[in-house]
Ligand binder design. Structure first.
Ligand code: GTP
Length: 425
């Protein structure tokens, strides 16, 4: 009998409680150092009907950082006159801002307000196209042979949050708002805000908020909700609750500095009955919105964009190209699987190109055939016509011949040079 194969030595796992300092407690610091050195990028989009104060609000939100740098063209009425220029196309405004040594590349995407056109049915189209194009560009960067671009902050142009401006009507949501939000909510972290909240009283704001929340629920619009995790601490839980309680944020935008009776200068809007302060939490939710966007939830908004919204776009796109993917492998993709996926993607692209070329070829052949058929028909028609003409001439000559033979006197007989003669009446 063959000798039995030697058994591999049993490896024992050594379980010990570490008494000394190893150093992995420093991991968060390592991460912090790296992240700070690299910097952060945040892309915010604003959208909604025309004249609801979108540009004014982003100016107000990042006023100190952007206005001072002259990056955001201010179009708020700072006594310049009643004419405030409209946003007419999707505009990107990018600024590198720094706070306590932390660098952030902030991009604000201002979209033209809709509602001005007779047909607003497709108002969402350019906005959704823009959001998806950003996903697509990122997907291309991921699938590029060299993926070094991905380390560049500028490559990530994906929209991390979208502020949707609702007109402060005091009634319910308009059909256009419902349509646009429905179309966008699967692709962006949708944060609805009630615009120009200073035009409503506190009670009206609360009633309107309740109606908007009910409408959103009723129409199945998925707005951004902070994620609840088991490891969340008290502060995070409180912050998330406050966030949900304020939704949709009632905001007021203004860069105008107003001097209050006590001499305090505030940003706000002045009315005969008093001043609405932008930065006062008792007056509006502007501060809460800014805190949520910048101080407490920026990273979560980015995470959700990358891990949920972009992932589902990516899956849909790859599926549409005929590449099926097991959702469970998203988290940990082996290099081999990645290569295989890239190969498939490349092949799918080639197949698509081939198909397109075939289509173009078939179309060209069809066009040529059509032209040939047409000229053939024309040729036939001409041939028929000539035949008919000849037939007619033949008949005429026949008749003339009969007349001559019958001896009918003709009116004139001309003798030609070559002795020929012609007959005519
Ligand atoms: P489009 O470019 O057409 O999309 O407009 P927009 O939504 O960017 O509005 P914009 O910021 O140009 O503001 C339009 C007008 O509303 C300006 O006269 C602003 O001064 C005024 N406005 C902006 N925010 C507020 C606000 O919170 N309350 C009030 N009452 N007026 C505001």
């Amino acid at each position: 009998t063959p000798a039995e194969a030697p058994k591999p030595p049993v490896k024992e796992i050594i379980r010990k409680t570490i008494t000394g300092y190893v150093g992995f407690a420093n991991l968060p610091n390592q991460w912090h150092r790296k992240a700070t050195a690299k910097g952060f990028a945040f892309n915010l989009m604003v959208c909604g009907e025309s004249g609801l104060g979108k540009t004014t609000l982003v100016n107000t939100l990042f006023a100190k950082s952007l206005e001072d740098q002259g990056v955001l063209p201010s179009k708020v009425d700072k006594g310049i006159g009643p004419e405030v220029p409209k946003t007419v196309e999707i505009t990107n405004i990018t600024a590198n801002i720094e706070e306590s040594g932390v660098r952030c590349r902030l991009t604000v995407v201002d979209t033209p307000g809709f509602g001005d056109y007779i047909n607003n049915d497709l108002a969402w189209r350019p906005i959704l196209d823009n959001v998806e194009k950003r996903f697509n560009d990122y997907l291309d960067a991921e699938n590029a042979p060299t993926r070094t671009q991905l380390r560049n902050l500028e490559t990530d142009k994906r929209i991390h949050a979208l502020l949707y401006f609702i007109q402060p009507t005091g009634h319910s949501l308009k059909p256009i708002d419902i349509e646009v939000m429905k179309r966008l909510c699967d692709r962006v972290n949708l944060i609805p805000v009630i615009a120009k909240a200073d035009t409503l009283t506190d009670d009206e704001v609360n009633t309107f908020k309740a109606r908007v929340r009910a409408d959103i629920e009723h129409h199945g619009i998925k707005t951004y909700k902070p994620e609840e995790n088991d490891y969340d601490d008290e502060d995070t839980i409180m912050e998330n609750r406050e966030f949900m309680a304020k939704m949709p944020f009632a905001v007021v935008g203004s860069l105008t500095q107003i001097e209050l009776p006590g001499g305090r200068r505030v940003r706000g809007r002045k009315y005969p009955w008093g001043v609405i302060e932008v930065d006062n939490e008792d007056h509006c939710d502007f501060v809460k919105l800014r805190e949520m966007l910048v101080r407490t939830h920026m990273e979560e908004l980015k995470d959700r964009t990358a891990q949920t919204l972009y992932e589902s776009y990516r899956t849909e796109k790859l599926m549409a190209m005929g590449i099926s993917q097991d959702a469970s492998v998203f988290k940990e993709i082996s290099p081999q699987a990645k290569l295989e996926e890239e190969r498939q993607l490349h092949e799918a692209k080639l197949a698509k190109m081939e198909n397109e070329m075939k289509l173009v070829f078939a179309q060209k052949v069809a066009e040529k055939e059509q032209k040939l058929r047409q000229s053939e028909e024309e040729l036939y028609a001409r041939h028929r016509e000539m035949k008919e003409q000849l037939e007619k001439q033949k008949q005429e000559i026949e008749q003339k011949k009969i007349r001559i033979e019958a001896g009918t006197p003709t009116m004139e007989v001309k003798t030609g040079k070559r002795g020929k003669f012609s007959l005519g009446r």
